[in-house]
Design a protein. Sequence first.
Length: 152
Amino acid sequence: MPQTQDFNIRYVKEKDYPYLLDMIKKVMSYVYPHEPLNMDRIKELFDSALDNEEFTGIILVDPNDIPKGYIFAFVNDLYFHPVKVGTCLSIWVEEDCRGHSLDMIRAFEAWCRYKDVDSMVISEFAGLTPKNTERMFKRLGYRLQEKQYWKE
């Protein structure tokens, strides 16, 4: 995994859980401000990242090894797209560390290449993603594939 300035990118370890939980709580409060956080599902996601070879957690850590960003990703086959796909389920980089977002994306892509995927997918939440993200993804070779509309 890459090292960038005084920060490092590595795979998630069990000791990271409390820090990741705090970041996930923050992200989910932005995405679903009126929904209670389902702690059991968060723990299940974290355990999957630790135990499942087709699932990973990649984190950005500061010089004190404190997580400042994360990616949860998995490999799967899509029903209508008969190839192996690496999917970034969730990505977050603390606002004061956003300069490392590109490094996080590159770490995700490196993991996907290691897993021998054919395509990579990164999702974003409307209103939560920084404005220059679309430009960065296009520069990296990604294209907008679909939009989702939700109703509650």
